[in-house]
Design a protein around this ligand. Structure first.
Ligand SMILES: Nc1ncnc2c1ncn2[C@@H]1O[C@H](COP(=O)(O)OP(=O)(O)OP(=O)(O)O)[C@@H](O)[C@H]1O
Length: 274
């Protein structure tokens, strides 16, 4: 029987840094088995929203749930143990370790956190489980051939895939991905997007994606939320949201070229389906 995976529910979350309201009463739902986009200009509050979900910063008000599990009041490790995984804007790989060691470490830490003296003893059978999950994730990301390479020797594109493999090898029930395609060229980005689509279709895990690459957003997210100055200014199906005057205005002068490229890729996709 496959387990039912949760949606992420953010309900009226506000985060303040002194007098600055970085996130203001943000409410969103990101369902299981889909990639939901969270976009907005620089400084709009996207990463802070992720930080509030994972417990890195306290929310002044509001609530975060994974399905029926309330995450409020827990620290970062407990929220991860409840199933909320995350990748960071800046890559957090261990450069002196091999690719497979990096990926296995993610799984090992997750499993160890769930039992007493977990970091000291690895029960028989668990090592095989960890290796199997890591091998599966490397294959899904198309990097099995890099398993024994040292992470620090890899290109940015390869390192992004290792980071993704580590996140998907770990048995999280929902993933927050913060600009995961940053530094990739268009070909690598397209491949990366396809891996994400295959992953959610195959495993049913939900993803909330923060991303500046609008061509990627428009090709893999069916629904997006748009933040500006900490507030949600729009939500809706991707094509509609990216064409919305209020969204265009928020991006004007900052990322209008990014939206142009998104519009081109939406037009291209529509033409291909016609
Ligand atoms: N720890 C902090 N202390 C004070 N201000 C902060 C802190 N973290 C973020 N901010 C401020 O909160 C606002 C939202 O920042 P945040 O990093 O969430 O934006 P973002 O949408 O993720 O931006 P970007 O796309 O550039 O990563 C910004 O004005 C930022 O300067």
């Amino acid at each position: 029987m496959t387990r039912e995976l949760p949606s992420l529910e953010i309900d009226g979350v506000t985060v303040r840094f002194g007098g600055l309201v970085a996130v203001s009463e943000v409410t969103l739902t990101a369902p299981a088995g889909q990639i939901t986009g969270l976009i907005g200009p620089n400084g709009a509050g996207k990463t802070t929203t992720f930080n509030a979900c994972t417990g890195v910063v306290p929310a002044a008000s509001g609530s975060v749930r994974l399905g029926r599990t309330v995450l409020d009041g827990h620290g970062t490790s407990k929220r991860a143990a409840r199933g909320l995984g995350r990748t960071f804007q800046r890559m957090e790989l261990f450069d002196s370790m091999t690719v497979v060691e990096n990926v296995e470490l993610g799984v090992e830490s997750f499993l160890a956190a769930g039992r007493p003296f977990g970091q000291m003893f690895c029960p028989p059978g668990e090592r095989r489980k960890i290796a199997a999950r890591a091998a599966d994730a490397l294959e899904l990301c198309g990097i099995t051939g890099l398993a024994r390479r040292t992470a620090g020797d890899l290109s940015t594109g390869q390192r992004r895939l290792v980071e993704l493999a580590r996140a998907i090898a770990t048995p999280f029930s929902f993933l927050l991905l913060d600009e995961p395609s940053s530094g990739l060229d268009p070909e690598e980005t397209e491949k990366f997007g396809q891996i994400l689509l295959d992953f959610v279709a195959d495993r049913g895990v939900g993803i909330l994606l923060v991303e500046h690459d609008m061509a990627l957003v428009s090709s893999i997210c069916s629904y997006i939320y748009v933040l500006d100055f900490g507030r949600l200014i729009h939500q809706g199906p991707t094509a509609e949201a990216l064409a919305s005057p209020i969204v265009l205005e928020a991006y004007l002068g900052t990322e209008s070229s990014a939206l142009d490229s998104a519009a081109e890729s939406i037009d291209g996709a529509e033409a291909a389906h016609a």
